[in-house]
Each structure stands twice: as C-alpha cells, then as structure tokens.
Design a binder for this molecule. Structure first.
Ligand code: ACO
Length: 473
C-alpha cells in the first residue's frame, strides 16, 4: 500500500497535475492510516478495480415493479451506473450481465438492456447464469477479460424479476403443439387434437428447486439447519439481527449504491428497499414452517423472500480508472468458485470457499474487516458458521488440519443481508461487492470478503481491498 501510494505521489509530481497531486495526497493520508494493515498482491498484472456500482431498490415481488419487464429494470441499473460515475456509454467495451430465471423474449438480457439504455449497438453484451452468484460471475468474467488484455472497461451486473416468470405448458401439450405445427393436412391436425386429455392442461411452474434432486432450496435449507443443529430460535434471532442491521443502515443513509427508479403509473420514485421489516421474537416464533411441514424450522421470516431488482458495476484496471479521472472503491484482489454435493451440501458454498480463499491469500479470519455473506436462509448461514468453526468439517471435507474458526460477528453483514434487503438472485453479487466496498470506508477497514452459496451446490468467495481513493458515497 505504502509503495503504491508513494508511486502515485511521485507520478503526480512528475506530470505536474494539481488534480492528480491532490488525489495522491489524499491517498497518502488514507494510506498512512491503513499501512499497518495487510495489503494483497495483484494477481492479474492489471490491478483490477471496482470503480463503483449501483442497484435499483430491491422490492418484494408483486409490489411496485410488478408490471415492468426485467430488461427495463436492468436498463435502469445501467443508466444509473452511467449517471453515478459520470462516464460516457462510449467508453464501455463490454457488458456482462447475469440472470437466473430468463424472460424468454429477452434471453440475452444484457444485450437487450444495453440497447434499451441507448448503448451503442457496437457494444457487445452477453448474459451469464450461475444461480445466485450470477453477478459475481459477471464481475469475475470481466476481471478475466481485463487480465487477458481483451478489453479495458467492463460493466457487470445482474437482474432478477420474480413478479413474472415463464410458465410453460405441460410437456405433453408442448409436444402436441409442435406436432400440430408440422401437420400437413386437416385430418392429421384433427387426429392430433383428439389425443388431448385433461392433464395436458396442467401448467409447469418454475420452482426455486434443484433440478438434479427436485428438492426446493427451502427444504434443503431446513435439512441443512437440522444437520448442523441450528434451532428455530437461533434462526429467528439471526433473521431479526439481519432486519435490524438493514434498518439501521437504511436509516443512516448508508445504502449509497441505490438509484431511484421511476415506475410508469406510480407517483414519485421508488427509492428504497421495501422488504426490511423489524419484527419481534414473539411474532417470528408464531410463524408456521414454510417448507418442511409441520416440524420444519424455515419460515417466511427466516428465509430470503422472492425479490425483484437489478444491479450494475464498473470494472477496469487501476491505470484506466486514473486515466479517466475516476476514484475506485476497491481492488478486486482474488476470487474462486467451489462446487460440492448438491443434495446434502447444497448451500454450504461459504464453508468451502472462505477457507480456501483465506489460505490462498495467507490470511486468517481476523485479518478480514468486513464480511458480506449472502443470506439465502438464516439456517443456511448458521450451518455455514458452524462448519467454518468445526475441526471435523475441515478435516473431513476441506482437507485442512483444523478449522478456520469464527468471524467477528460485529464485522459480519453489519448492514443486513439478503434476508432483509432482499435477494434478486442474479443481482445480489454486485450488492455484496458494493456493501463491502462502502463498509470498508465507513468502518475504516482494509480487506473485505464476499461469499455466497448457489443452486447446483456451487459457491463463490472473493476478496476486495479498499482503494486509497475510495469514498462511501
Ligand atoms: C442460493 C440461494 O440463495 S437459495 C435461496 C433462494 N430463495 C428462495 O428459495 C426463496 C425462499 N422464499 C420463498 O419461497 C418465500 O418467500 C416463502 C415461501 C418462504 C414465503 O412466501 P409467502 O408465504 O408468500 O410469504 P409471505 O410474505 O406471505 O409471509 C408469510 C407470513 O409470514 C409473515 N412474515 C414474513 N416475513 C416476516 C417478518 N420478517 N416478520 C414477521 N412476519 C413475517 C407474513 O406477514 C405472513 O404472515 P400472514 O400469513 O399472517 O400474512
């Protein structure tokens, strides 16, 4: 850190630019405060930075966004990013965008959103999907593109829209309709129509469920919580903590990643998350199990709720950010993906990813100043915490000699998490990155870890390091 600051100061002095000198001086004072803390080596040769990021308010599905289309929400995120960073569309080389449940008409939603936002038709865009870690995948795809020297300026993000999902005809009906389309004579058509039976009309609704096992995420979370001995009371307590932390952060105006959305037909702007709801332990205890009935422990309040929302962030090399006069939030220092048994360990991504990431970076739990861990379910978080603190789990599944231990819970999701803020699957990764970056500034930290589980039994872990120029606005 100190050498980086010194280099930028020397460079600024050489070019004689007042603005650059001010930036370097500011960096020096922040850098001096941070120099006692650990700094990580760049692994890409490009010092890739997260310049800034935004998200639409995350709304409970079937509320204010319900009449929109997902690419419109994504368009707001892209335009909001341009407005917040003050950059021109023309400098964006490539857009990588995540979505999980695709709207069939806009399957490459990154491209449709970019066109709707008025980006040049010469700006390529592709859509990635990796369940709840899709926008992490978008960010890390961008890092790879920059590291490879293919592109310099990347927009990464994601959108999820649970107020409208594709509902299919049954397989029998689909097959019939396709064959009808190919029938050559009225007689052939009539004989096909004569095969229709009542069960042809049963629609296929998409489920938040694992394809390979057929089990819903909620059911799996309930089994996981039971396996790790996370009680209903502990889950409710964790969920309440998430809502209280989010409420506090919302009241203090910490969610500076939010960009307001104008929704047609609605007065005013949508400018805050609407799922944050501080309840009481008594109210929470009254709720019935949502998935495993009647004895399960996962309820509507200790599960993340179905959410609509979109996010976008700007990723480039540090040198490019300097050239453009931008003040990055954080270095994107390292990342990795993990995959494990999608039946019994479906939601244990953080328990696998965090130790591996820390080991690779030579860090311990207490080197981390800010944890932003996706809260799919309170029971899933508690299971991951118990796994991280278990020698048995570490020896049996991670090939480590001992556990990595417990994080300092004061540093864990201090602004709430997906349980309270919401979880539009493919948009959450950017929210985690922005809350990490902004918390590092407000809490005067240096290193932040993001981790999340995802359907398919996969997971991500990433390390961000505060940039000396970062502000929390
Ligand atoms: C890797 C991953 O991320 S996997 C995770 C993927 N995400 C999921 O699987 C989403 C899981 N969540 C869900 O499917 C749904 O939110 C469910 C099934 C849990 C709940 O859905 P619904 O039943 O529609 O929830 P709804 O909002 O109606 O709440 C049910 C009840 O709980 C109450 N409730 C919900 N949240 C709270 C809260 N925080 N405090 C107090 N009460 C609450 C509601 O008021 C409602 O009470 P009522 O029945 O008296 O009106």
């Amino acid at each position: 850190m100190a050498s980086h600051v010194a280099k930028s100061l020397i460079k600024a002095t050489h070019v004689g630019s007042t603005a650059k000198f001010d930036t370097a001086r500011r960096a020096l004072s922040v850098g001096a405060a941070l120099q006692q803390k650990k700094t990580l080596q760049d692994r890409t040769g490009k010092n890739v930075v997260l310049v800034d990021g935004v998200r639409t308010p995350f709304l409970v599905s079937f509320t204010d966004y319900s009449r929109m289309m997902p690419h419109e929400l994504a368009r707001h995120a892209l335009l909001g990013l341009l407005q917040k960073t003050g950059i021109s569309k023309d400098i964006i080389d490539y857009i990588v965008y995540g979505t999980v449940i695709q709207e069939v008409k806009t399957s490459n939603i990154g491209r449709e959103a970019a066109l709707a936002a008025g980006f040049s038709d010469r700006t390529p865009a592709h859509t990635v999907t990796m369940a709840c870690i899709s926008s992490n995948q978008a960010i890390t795809t961008g890092i790879g593109m920059i590291a490879a020297g293919a592109y310099e300026v990347i927009v990464a993000g994601g959108v999820e829209f649970m107020s409208d999902v594709p509902i299919r005809h049954s397989r029998k009906m689909r097959s019939l309709l396709l064959r009808l389309n190919r029938a050559k004579t009225p007689a052939q058509r009539l004989s096909l129509i004569a095969t229709i039976r009542p069960d042809f009309f049963a629609p296929e609704l998409p489920a938040v469920a694992e394809f390979s096992s057929g089990e819903t995420m909620g059911h799996s979370a309930d089994r996981l919580a039971a396996a790790f001995g996370a009680s209903r009371a502990e889950q409710d307590e964790y969920a309440l903590r998430s809502h209280m932390n989010a409420h506090n952060a919302q009241q203090k105006g910490y969610f500076t990643d939010l960009i307001p959305v104008k929704v047609d037909g609605r007065d005013g702007l949508v400018d805050k998350d609407n799922g944050i709801r501080v309840s009481t332990p008594e109210q929470l205890a009254k709720l019935k199990p949502a998935f495993v009935k009647p004895h399960g422990t996962v309820t509507a309040a200790n599960a993340s709720f179905l959410t609509d929302g979109a996010s976008a962030c700007l990723v480039m090399s540090e040198a490019k950010a300097k050239e453009l006069g931008l003040r990055p939030k954080a270095y994107l220092r390292d990342f990795l993906y993990v995959a494990q048994d999608p039946v019994d360990q479906l939601l244990l991504g953080p328990a696998y990813g965090i130790p591996k990431l820390l080991d690779r970076a030579g860090l311990k739990m207490n080197d981390i100043d800010s944890w932003e861990i996706h809260e799919a379910f309170a029971g899933q978080i508690l299971a991951n915490l118990k796994a991280l603190d278990s020698d048995w789990f570490s020896q049996t599944y991670l090939g480590r000699q001992s556990k990595v231990g417990n994080p300092d819970m004061k540093k864990w999701n201090a602004w709430g998490g997906s349980l309270s803020i919401g979880h539009p699957f493919a948009a959450t990764g950017v929210r985690l990155a922005m809350h990490t970056s902004n918390r590092l500034v407000r809490e005067d930290g240096q290193l932040g870890v993001i981790s999340a589980c995802a359907a398919g039994g996969q997971g991500v872990a990433m390390i961000l390091e505060r940039h000396p120029d970062a502000t929390a606005d």
